[in-house]
Design a protein around this ligand. Sequence first.
Ligand code: UDX
Length: 450
Amino acid sequence: MTDQIATPDDALRMTVFGTGYLGATHAACMAELGHHVLGVDVDPGKLAKLAAGEVPFYEPGLQEVLRRNIDAGRLRFTSSYEQAAEFSDIHFLGVGTPQRRGEFAADMKFVDSVIETLAPLLTRPSVIFGKSTVPVGTAERLGTRARELAPAGADVEVAWNPEFLREGFAVQDTLHPDRLVLGVDRDRPGRAEAVARQVYAALLDEGITFMVTDLATAELVKASANAFLATKISFINAMSEVCEAAGADVTVLADAIGHDVRIGRRFLNAGIGFGGGCLPKDIRAFMARAGELGADQALTFLREVDDINMRRRTRMVELAREACGSLLGSRVAVLGAAFKPDSDDVRDSPALNVAGQIQLQGATVSVYDPKAMANSKALFPTLTYAESALAACDGADVVLVLTEWPEFRKLLPSDLDGVVRRKVIVDGRNCLHPTDWRAGGWVYRGMGRP
Ligand code: UDX
């Protein structure tokens, strides 16, 4: 492949620690901006794949960016922290902060381990930009710790540069974000802001808003953005429950209230709710942190947001049971396993959760997803997996659409007529046209629609 972008004169050298969804995307996109980037991870399997130009997960457009920049010599990968410390004095931290087992709080072991390993190797003045979603107060704590450990001592800065990318749009969101936020240590003015302006020069030239805040505000911007999005989804799902009780249609309601620009139509899709590696664990970690800070009352509503969300999964199981009479011995087709379309991510996926619950209640569940089959099999090996949507629907008593992939939206009643045992479809994402399915002789059930 040809090198499509020239390396600019002001290209920087930088490292990115963590090569998961966030880190791999950030590394590839920083190279796309013309910088020289070294991606660092402790997982040799992931590194080997990335170095060979293979993205270890499904993310539209990322493979092209990765390959183009490896070929241009701007992007490399390593497991060596020594090499990373030698390579640059600008370090991005993009490792995971999963939910701690049995608790709401975030597990900081990966973030802490980067600092514990990297800081003792920092002999030159360095800037560490945190990108992971962390409990407020983390950046300050890590800065203190890094300065304790580093030979460069007080010349090591920790700044926070939260990442807002959505899976499925990761490249677009990184190269053309809605805004850039940078938290800097107000007590120790350093060069973090100047360096960030150089790193993101191309984006700033585009006119993208760049907000510089204190460390705590930057950390909270990320937590509160995710809390707001989760609340918006649970709000419409709560309306969906009321619509069901009243015989109203939540999709029309969402369209109507969404016309008010103060409300907006986006993120008002009712269905089986939110999942994935971010929103669920981030709102829980936010509640846990607020509790530690003595501000737990401020976020008790997030408990309700979480409850509404989890109720949607139970509701979907009930709808499947109503459709079958009894789940015991029924055949249930599940279309979709990823937590959302254009992703192969099944972390806390509502679709897989519903499939698992139904199977545990005695039904035979046949699952198909265009991209998430391998990850689903690894997480839920006991479910039956089909080769195609039609194969999943073979002999089904009910078809459940649980992820709104375009492939499922395009299905026609006639595609499935001769395949299923009973013509019943439950639309867990309100992504099908009820009139078409009913006209085709099917029983259609949506969520929050009559
Ligand atoms: C989210 C945030 O959007 C992103 O800014 C942050 O950086 C990481 O977390 P992501 O997890 O990729 O991104 O997915 P998102 O598009 O936000 O969807 C989250 C979940 O909400 C999905 O399960 C999706 O199906 C669900 N959702 C979304 C709804 O149920 N209804 C909606 O209207 C929108």
